[in-house]
Each structure stands twice: as C-alpha cells, then as structure tokens.
Design a protein around this ligand. Structure first.
Ligand code: AOF
Ligand code: ZN
Length: 366
C-alpha cells in the first residue's frame, strides 16, 4: 500500500462522510476511481435507501465525464456488495466496467455480503486489497456494524445539564439549560440516527417534536416512544410526515392502540416478565426493522433503566456554565455500595459548543 493509495482512501472516506445523513439504514460508503496514470476519473457516495450505492455512483460519474475506467483502481470504504438487495451487486458493476483493482477499507458485516464481494471480484481477476481506512469507515457506520454484528442498534444517549449535573429543576423546568448552539449540535446527532428514542414522561411533559429541524438534513429520524400503557395522545407533535413513530407498550389496549394507529403510529407489544417494556428486546426489534443508530433523549427514569440494563454504548453530554442546585439527575441509577460498581466510561472527545462543553464518552470496548 503506497502513500498514494492511503491518500485516495482518505478521499473515498470524505465521500462517505457526505452520505452520513442520507444513507441510513444503508451504510455511508464512498468510492473514488483512479486511472493507472493517477488521474481521478470519478467519485460518488451511497444515496438514499433503494438508490444506487457508492460504486455505481462513481462509475456513473466517470461515464458522465467521458472517462474510460478500463484497468482503473476503485477505492471504496466498504466491501462492494455481492447480493441482489434493493439494488444490483456493485462487484458485478465494477467487473463489467473493467476495473482492474479494488482497494477496500473493510469487509461488509452484512451476512449477505461478508466476503462474497471480495471473492467474486477475485474470481473475475480483479486484484483486491483490504485495510486502509478500516477504523474510520467503521466509526462512520457504528450503527450499521452494530445492527449487523450484534443484532441491536448502537445507542447514544444525549443529556443536557448544568455544570453541577442537574438536567432540570425539581419542578421539572428544563427550558433551556444549554445554549442554542448546543441544541443545534444535539439535532445533528438526531439527524445521524435512524431513530430518536424517548419516554412517555417526556411526551406528556413537553409535547416535543423530536425531529432534526435545526440542521439541514435530507432525512428525518424515526421516533420510538417507551409508553407502557399507550398514553401517548394521538394528537401529540411527534406525528410528522416522513417518519415512522413506534409506540412500545407492555399492556394491551385495543381502543388506545386503534387511536394511535389512526394517528400513524406503529404499536409494538414488548412486555417483560415484570410487565414493563422489555428494553433489550425493543432494541433487537428495532434492529430487525433496520434501525442502526438510536439517539436517546429522555428523562432520568428511562435513561437510568437503559444504563442499568447495559444498553447504552455512548453518551453525548452538554454541560452549561451554570449551577442550578438540586434538581433532576441525568440517569436514575441504583445507589452503589462501593465505587468499583461504577459504570466505567472513556471520554472520546471534549469540545466547546457556544458557551457550553460537549463531552462524548463511551463504554470501554464498544
Ligand atoms: C456497497 N456500496 O455504497 C453500500 C453498500 O438493499 P441494497 O441493494 O441497497 O443493499 C444494501 C446493503 O448493501 C447494505 O446492507 C450493505 O450490506 C451494502 N451497502 N454496499 O457495495 C455501498 N451502501
Ligand atoms: Zn453495492
């Protein structure tokens, strides 16, 4: 692998990054096609679900510019697909176009692909190399890898709090602890996700929309409400066009269910042994419904239940430079007898957003 190869893969990753909001539930993939004389012939990235993948977009781009790709190298940030899904196999498109060499970041964890793409390319005489940009490609598609490998979404919990760790006053007032800049940044996290997850308490208290309206995005995330007794009002603001609203309940009530379905909701019954919503099963069901990444924006009760069950992979915490005294906590956890029982985290990034501090933290090993 030459420095030239690594540089071209960075360009393919930049293409992939452009697909980040558009591509889900497909992975965000980028492709750059380069001639043997090093001329860049075409580039592209994954389109909306059901539309062409990165490789086909790059081949089309090269054709539109009048370039011949015979013997060229395709740099692609994921193994080219080998299956007939909503679109045709990219590895066949590359072979038919006469591509001589493929440099890919990482194998596609989708069991329908998983090595078949590389095998098909090699069988057709295409030289295949794998590895550069693997970590970056995986990081761009944490949710997709999680859904494919763990069969559950990547779960990111967003919390806005005062420097002394309160998310609201004891009377529930929380508008607004953090700045408009932090709220817009939070919307960017919503926009990246396949679904926003909240609880019935937040719906009843704030009647929020929970969309990503503060960012320019081609796709709005779906919405999931943990609502044991189907108490979501059918006229709540969450019912907006272009997304699915999943109401996850643990008690049957055909009348309330019918009213919510008439409002456009998809009602899922997911009771656990204690009669509450089975949160782990809920996440597996969301993965089966092609939810890669879940952005949690909920109150301390649901936050606590998700953390306590080990279901949160990552935290996105905004801290405002103010002290508000005792109020509601970030996540209600059971008291610990010793510090060794703490939920361990690693800070993955710390930055300032407007007047506030933004902290990203992950469960180690996730
Ligand atoms: C690629 N290039 O740019 C992407 C790929 O239903 P389909 O046909 O759109 O296929 C979706 C699957 O294709 C998805 O689950 C993943 O395995 C792969 N995504 N593959 O060759 C791309 N986005
Ligand atoms: Zn493909």
């Amino acid at each position: 692998m030459t420095d030239f190869d690594l540089d071209l893969m960075q360009q393919a990753l930049a293409q992939a990054t452009q697909a980040r909001l558009l591509a889900p539930p497909n992975p965000a993939v980028g492709c750059v096609i380069v001639a043997p004389d090093s001329q860049i012939l075409g580039a592209g990235h994954t389109q909306r679900v059901g539309s062409p993948h990165a490789e086909v977009m790059a081949l089309r781009d090269a054709a539109a510019r009048g370039h011949n790709v015979q013997g060229a190298t395709a740099y692609v940030t994921l193994e080219p697909c080998a299956h007939h899904g909503r679109t045709g196999p990219c590895c066949d498109a590359l072979v038919h176009a006469g591509i001589g060499r493929v440099v890919a970041s990482i194998a596609d964890p989708n069991p329908q692909v998983a090595g078949n793409g590389f095998a098909r390319l090699r069988a057709a005489g295409v030289e295949v190399e794998v590895g550069p940009g693997a970590a970056e490609s995986r990081e761009l598609n944490l949710g997709f890898f999680s859904r494919m490998v763990r069969k559950t979404p990547w779960v990111r919990m967003k919390i806005a709090a005062s420097l002394d760790g309160s998310t609201a006053l004891a009377n529930g007032d929380s508008q607004w602890i953090t700045s408009p800049e932090a709220r817009a940044d939070g919307h960017a996290s919503r926009a990246r996700a396949c679904a926003v997850l909240t609880g019935i308490g937040t719906i009843l208290k704030d009647n929020p929309t929970l969309d990503a309206r503060l960012v320019d995005t081609p796709r709005q995330p779906h919405l999931v409400v943990v609502d044991s007794r189907l108490d979501t009002p059918p006229d709540a603001h969450i019912f907006i066009a272009g997304r699915t609203v999943y109401i996850c309940a643990s008690e049957q009530n055909d009348i309330k269910k019918a009213a919510l379905e008439a409002a456009g909701a998809t009602v899922l019954y997911l009771p656990d042994a204690a009669g509450r919503v089975d949160l782990a099963e809920m996440l597996r069901e969301l993965a089966r419904r092609e939810i890669n990444e879940v952005h949690v924006e909920a109150g301390h009760t649901l936050n606590g239940a998700l953390v306590q069950a080990g279901l949160v992979d990552e935290f996105l915490v905004y801290l405002a430079p103010k002290l508000i005294g005792p109020g509601l906590d970030m996540a209600s956890l059971l008291p610990l007898a010793q510090l060794s029982g703490a939920v361990p985290l690693v800070f993955t990034s710390v930055s300032q957003v407007g007047p506030d501090i933004r902290i990203a933290a992950r469960i180690p090993g996730r």
